[in-house]
Design a binder for this molecule. Sequence first.
Ligand code: SF4
Length: 304
Amino acid sequence: MKELYYKFSDYFRKQGFKGRVHKVTVDAGFSCPNRDGTRSRGGCIYCSNEGFSVHTRAPGLAIEQQIAQGMQALRKRFKAEKFIVYFQAYSNTYASVDQLKRAYDTIKQFPDVAGLAIATRPDCIDEQILALIDSYTAKYDVWIEYGLQSIHNRTLVYINRGHLYEDFLDAVYKTRKFKRIKICAHAIVGLPFETEAMILDTARAIGQLKLDGVKIHPLHVIKGTALETLYRRGEFKPMTRDEYVDLAAKFLEYLWPQTVIQRLTADCPPDLLVAPLWLLEKQRVLSEIERHLAAQHTFQGRRF
Ligand code: SF4
């Protein structure tokens, strides 16, 4: 039977990884130029690094400890055997090359680590940093994840991203000079004032770039963010689950069939989530997207 979309688990199998592979999320203590005033102040309107993952709440723990504890928990819970260390919090290329090397080199202490994934902003990269990241590709599966969110500059300005779509394209072109680094884009569905056509413009553009990976998630409101203020004032309405399921399925149709879908919804600690509460039923969201794709007789790449 044809796969409905290209899952990360299928990618690991294709790459020849033996056994279960899981991501270990770490907070290396970096900052973000969109929060410290270098690009703008306040950050993206939805920004809450504590709220972006149920795993990123280990302030003060050394990277080694975070990796060791993360691996132990994933071994116990999922019988994981191999790991991708994921530098997730804030902008993980926003430091000197020496500082970055010290942080990334931590993975060398763990023989079961098979990969390195680095999340950052498209305006936080240069040739020197890319050369450093490329140096890990001889031994590891290496990913750089760029937050794009939308190709519409009007939206990027409204959500206070502090960069434009052109910065993302520039980062992709620079990264492609290093052929072994895999590129993943993050996109958000349900951004303020975005119509279905605008969301699918983003899907089409990502599809045409034939990226190695994509992460898609619905915009959700986290406590203490500027988006929460908009939500409380009635100026932002989150999508319903049905709306998101339909749009996520349509988004997949425009992607390149060989782009790995690394994420199709979001994690958020329940005590920090304001809305929509259906986000907490992660498995249900994923199953409904699959059911919807199957019912529509469609799949990733159908409109690519
Ligand atoms: S780029 Fe990421 S860390 Fe920086 S303000 Fe935006 S969401 Fe927050």
